[in-house]
Design a binder for this molecule. Structure first.
Ligand SMILES: *[C@@H]1O[C@H](CO)[C@@H](O)[C@H](O)[C@H]1NC(C)=O
Ligand SMILES: *[C@@H]1O[C@H](CO)[C@@H](O)[C@H](O)[C@H]1NC(C)=O
Ligand SMILES: *[C@@H]1O[C@H](CO)[C@@H](O)[C@H](O)[C@H]1NC(C)=O
Ligand SMILES: *[C@@H]1O[C@H](CO)[C@@H](O)[C@H](O)[C@H]1NC(C)=O
Ligand SMILES: *[C@@H]1O[C@H](CO)[C@@H](O)[C@H](O)[C@H]1NC(C)=O
Ligand SMILES: *[C@@H]1O[C@H](CO)[C@@H](O)[C@H](O)[C@H]1NC(C)=O
Length: 431
């Protein structure tokens, strides 16, 4: 029986494989049930299944020649073969066709095109009875080819070079699960970190045209690589990339909350609290009993004794100023209708004693530009001009119980750092 079946298959193979016309009716005829070949193949498959895995059996090898005739070097015809395969009556025959098709596609040039592979993987995923190892194999090939393509921009010094295929792939990937990108990035990092310096790879990620989500994921994933742990300069550059992302107006609306939280977690303490706390307090860096809130007697802002209720402010974020940069407003959680507001002053004069008391508790919203300082703490500038910086703590500028805060010319920050650096505390727990 086996001998008879095998020789019939051989004949079939010769008959079909020998014909070079790419008419899909051949495979269909085999599958259709009207052709005697169907019984034959099924029979072989059953026998093969008893003896060895499908891919090494006689049946599929022969199928390959049938499928080669169908595909004939034309990737698009794979879709047709998949359609035909769906008519196969047994899972074994389907498996055999899928595997033979994959063998065949690997002979074509299009195997280098990740988009083609992604599409094929999608088609296979939509089908029933695709052997998981085959699916995994197609997926791994897709990941590897994608990484190879995405590596191109990393091997050029020019940051303005345009890579249309890279852009097309990244664009297409925005439609797929982030897991695909995660796998591709890992393969990509293996490739590029072996050839380029860690710093240059990081800098490239600061300037690649991809979606904010993709850039966020890439930078966060890069941060976890062992290469980064060994390279302080690269880590600093990566922090700059993250901050650049954070400051995009579309960052909050476009990037998924979980991913955003992962980015916030990488920020220095003060800055992180600005994004993650429901309410914040602004405090003197060294004096744990000096918090910013409304003065006891006037509507000016003072540094007052610790009173977490009065000191708690809701943070609002927005974009504005001349460069449309990220800015913050502080809305009193205690008074519920007042912001910390700076009245304009031009701070043209500089000098140790030149301060302006122009910081009030007012109903109008007012925006501040907050800059994280390297050693901890923040500097708080007026967002409109960044020419004034918020300072306090010098008793010469106080008035009895009223320990006013004040502003200085922003250029004086460095020489008055103690007076003009603030700590941000999480005051969310205060009700
Ligand atoms: C392909 O098959 C169809 C029937 O499905 C037939 O009419 C046609 O002549 C065939 N073409 C070639 C080139 O064999
Ligand atoms: C498939 O089978 C049907 C009937 O069983 C027949 O009408 C049709 O022509 C067959 N198609 C091919 C391509 O063999
Ligand atoms: C980033 O790329 C843009 C062009 O896409 C270019 O204008 C800009 O100078 C680059 N920035 C850096 C830091 O290389
Ligand atoms: C800024 O200060 C200078 C000198 O102190 C003064 O001449 C000028 O009118 C001021 N401008 C504004 C807008 O207050
Ligand atoms: C806006 O950007 C320009 C150029 O980068 C810079 O010189 C200027 O200081 C910025 N202005 C503010 C208010 O940040
Ligand atoms: C913080 O407190 C110290 C000591 O009282 C003072 O010298 C400094 O100016 C204060 N800084 C701020 C920002 O209030």
């Amino acid at each position: 029986m086996t001998v008879v079946a095998a020789s019939l298959v051989l004949l079939l193979g010769l008959a079909l494989g020998g014909a070079s016309s790419n008419n899909n009716s051949k495979l269909l005829a085999i599958l259709n049930g009207s052709a005697p070949a169907l019984d034959l193949l099924l029979h072989i498959d059953v026998l093969a299944g008893e003896m060895a895995p499908l891919s090494t059996a006689v049946g599929p090898l022969d199928l390959e020649s049938v499928i080669r005739a169908e595909v004939n070097g034309d990737w698009e015809r794979a879709r047709l073969v998949l359609q035909l395969a769906s008519q196969a009556r047994t899972p074994e025959l389907k498996h055999a066709i899928y595997e033979a098709l994959w063998q065949e596609l690997q002979q074509t040039k299009q195997i280098y095109d990740p988009l083609k592979l992604l599409e094929f993987h999608g088609q296979l995923t939509a089908l029933s009875a695709v052997p998981p190892p085959l699916l995994a194999n197609v997926y791994q090939t897709f990941v590897g080819r994608s990484a190879q393509l995405l590596a191109a921009p990393f091997h050029t010094a020019s940051h303005s070079a345009n890579f249309p295929l890279v852009s097309a792939l990244l664009q297409r990937l925005t439609l797929s699960t982030l897991d695909y990108l995660r796998d591709i990035l890992e393969a990509l990092f293996d490739l590029v970190l072996a050839l380029e310096s860690t710093l240059s790879v990081v800098q490239r990620w600061g300037n690649l045209s991809a979606s904010l989500t993709q850039l966020t994921l890439a930078n966060l994933q890069l941060l976890k690589r062992p290469e980064l742990q060994l390279d302080a300069a690269a880590r600093t550059a990566l922090q700059a990339n993250l901050r650049q992302l954070l400051e995009q107006p579309a960052f909050e609306p476009d990037v998924d909350g979980t991913l955003r939280q992962q980015l916030y977690a990488q920020l220095p303490k003060d800055e992180r609290i600005l994004y993650t706390a429901q309410k914040v307090c602004l405090r003197n860096m060294t004096d744990g009993n000096a918090y910013i809130y409304e003065c006891p007697q006037t509507y000016l802002i003072c540094t007052n004794a610790r009173d977490p209720k009065k000191a708690a402010y809701y943070v609002q974020r927005g974009h504005g100023g001349p460069n449309n940069t990220l800015q913050f407003a502080f809305y009193s959680a205690y008074w519920r209708n007042r912001y910390i507001l700076l009245e304009p002053s031009n701070h043209s004069a500089t000098g140790q004693q030149h301060i302006t008391k122009n910081v009030y508790s007012r109903a109008a919203i007012d925006w501040w530009h907050v800059v994280q300082l390297a050693g901890g703490g923040v500097a708080i500038y007026d967002a409109a001009t960044t020419r004034s910086v918020l300072c306090g703590g010098n008793p010469q500028h106080w008035d009895g119980e009223e320990k006013h805060v004040y502003t200085r010319n922003a250029q004086e920050f460095a020489t008055n750092r103690r007076e003009c650096a603030w700590s941000i505390e999480d005051c969310s727990d205060v009700s």
